[in-house]
Design a protein around this ligand. Structure first.
Ligand code: HEC
Length: 159
């Protein structure tokens, strides 16, 4: 009666997932870094002549991240939470923030489609569009790191 035992061990349906606000910040920062790694890898490998069809999968993963992204910024995880650089405007201007995530998602989805079609020119165009979408969101919604010169803001990979 394994099934019954398992069912009995399940938490009650009303149980909610508990995660600290600092955990949420740490996870979304890690997600951004992993996304950045894949995004840069795609560019560098394509420039070195790799078969771009192999990038469909990481590009679809980036689209999945883009879809999850707004949910990684729940209310209560703004400035003052751990070391976050999220700006208050994420919550006061939510529709635009979500639109920027959607723009990012659309660009990496088109990049995945171009990779699947082995279309290098289109893939490069969509990589550039995705890069602009990273910067557009950071320019509005990510604060500068402490002690950074103002000019360093627009490059997503700068800390
Ligand atoms: C819809 C908005 C949005 C998009 C699109 C977006 N980012 Fe971010 N990103 C943020 C915000 C907000 C933060 C700050 C998160 C925090 O500190 O809690 C951030 C943080 C980062 C960080 C720093 C993580 C750390 O360790 O502190 C990196 C790197 C990064 N993003 C890379 C990227 C790249 C590369 C792309 C595009 C491929 C991208 N981001 C797209 C909003 C976005």
């Amino acid at each position: 009666m394994t099934l019954v035992a398992c069912a009995q061990n399940r938490p009650p349906a009303s149980a909610s997932v508990r995660m600290s606000r600092a955990d949420v910040v740490g996870i979304r920062q890690a997600g951004m870094r992993v996304a950045e790694g894949d995004f840069m890898m795609i560019r560098l490998a394509a420039e070195k002549g790799a078969d771009i069809r192999r990038f469909e999968r990481p590009a679809r993963s980036l689209a999945q991240w883009a879809a999850a992204l707004p949910g990684m910024f729940p209310a209560g995880t703004g400035p003052g939470t751990a070391n976050t650089r999220a700006r208050v405007e994420i919550w006061s201007n939510r529709a635009d923030f979500e639109q920027k995530a959607a723009d990012f998602r659309a660009a990496v989805t088109r990049m995945a489609d171009a990779a699947a079609a082995n279309n290098m020119a289109e893939g490069a165009r969509q990589w550039d569009a995705a890069w602009r979408s990273c910067n557009a969101c950071h320019d509005s919604y990510r604060a500068q790191p402490a002690n950074a010169p103002a000019a360093a803001t627009s490059a997503p990979h700068r800390r």
